[in-house]
Design a protein around this ligand. Sequence first.
Ligand code: DLL
Length: 427
Amino acid sequence: MVYNEVERTDRDEMRSMQDERLRTTVEHAYENVQFYRDALDDAGVSPGDIDGIDDISLLPFTGKEDFRDHYPTGLVAVDREDLRRIHASSGTTGKPKVVGYTEGDLQLWGEVMARSLVTAGVEPGHTVQNAYGYGLFTGGLGIHMGCETLGANVIPIGGGQTGRQLELLSDLGSDVLTCTPSYALYLAETAEKEGIDPREWNLSTVVIGAEPCTAPMRAEIEEALDVTALDIYGLSEIVGPGVSMECEAKDGLHVWEDHFYPEVVDPETGDPLPEGEEGELVFTTLTKEAVPVLRYRTGDLATLTREPCDCGRTMVRMSHVTGRSDDLLIVRGVNVYPSEIESVVLEFDEVAPYYRIDLRRDGQLDTIDVTVERSEAFDGDDEELAARLRDRLQTVLSLSPDSLDIAPPGGIERTETGKVKRVFDHR
Ligand code: DLL
């Protein structure tokens, strides 16, 4: 079953739809966003040069630094009164990437999310327990809108509250659970500890996403919860969850390419790579109004294929994300750039500009420990300082480190060149 027949569109037809939508998007971005006007002018490209997808590589890339440099709303292409929603995700320097949506954008998001849910086997009338975080993060509200668009019954519990999650899974007979893979495993582990048997639940499917999931990890989720686990991908800059979704064939994620055009490029040179080769995913929005995005470099590594899929959908498939081309860390589903932690450290005169991040896996959950170094001049109370740093990190990262230690001056090891290795990923 598909939600929308467009998912099975003939490839030539899809291409002409994309050609036309790309032309409109480039014009819209050029006319209404100073950043794009300057970028195209600098590249010597005018909207009239873009006939269709064949010309897409003439367009300059957009990077996460462009969201940062135009914080908060410099990339918005519509009047403020036409915005209906703002979301935000972690940026690289403590300033989040802010994205806006018009009414049309919200409808489009609801539609691609409804498609994604149907692709996962969700039907109208199913009960979906949504354990993605609500708020500025796009996960909670994105999935929520998809359920409403589809006509599913959504339980908006959001992230955390593990005891309550287990209770509702049992008492409300949820058919589907939506959450990060690490949280799915944590729920399974907690259920086991409490002597609860997931086989007694009604749950058949978990829609996992927002962070990478290895094949063994997926197998463990499926075994422990007695479910099918399918991968959903997305990012705030493009729309949120629902850019692509894995189908029951479990052979890649269908990209909703009538709205988001994908490319894979060499992460070093930016040159487009042939189909099947792994590189950095780049997306161009084809219908977004509030924040049209041209050739956004996601930093996510994957491959693309247009080979037919057993499910009958013709839309291009991406592989699971295999890694990152930059230093983004995803901790319990929250995006963290080391540079964000650095920006907080630099705000405090009481600490030296050195820090260390240790990532571990405790059972199924990621932990993050931050160590900073007291400055020579500081003779105040370490505990009080640690509390203030923790507070500030919580504000900037939307995540509180599991521990925050203050090392004595010189206490963080330097290498001979004076450089500090900052991130120790023990996972
Ligand atoms: O994580 C949107 C989302 C919410 C997707 C819920 C799926 C489910 P951001 O916070 O902007 O948006 O983070 C986007 O998260 O560039 C990837 O690095 C990573 N990511 C998202 N989905 C997956 C996935 C949401 N299925 C960033 N596999 C992206 C691997 C993922 N990484």
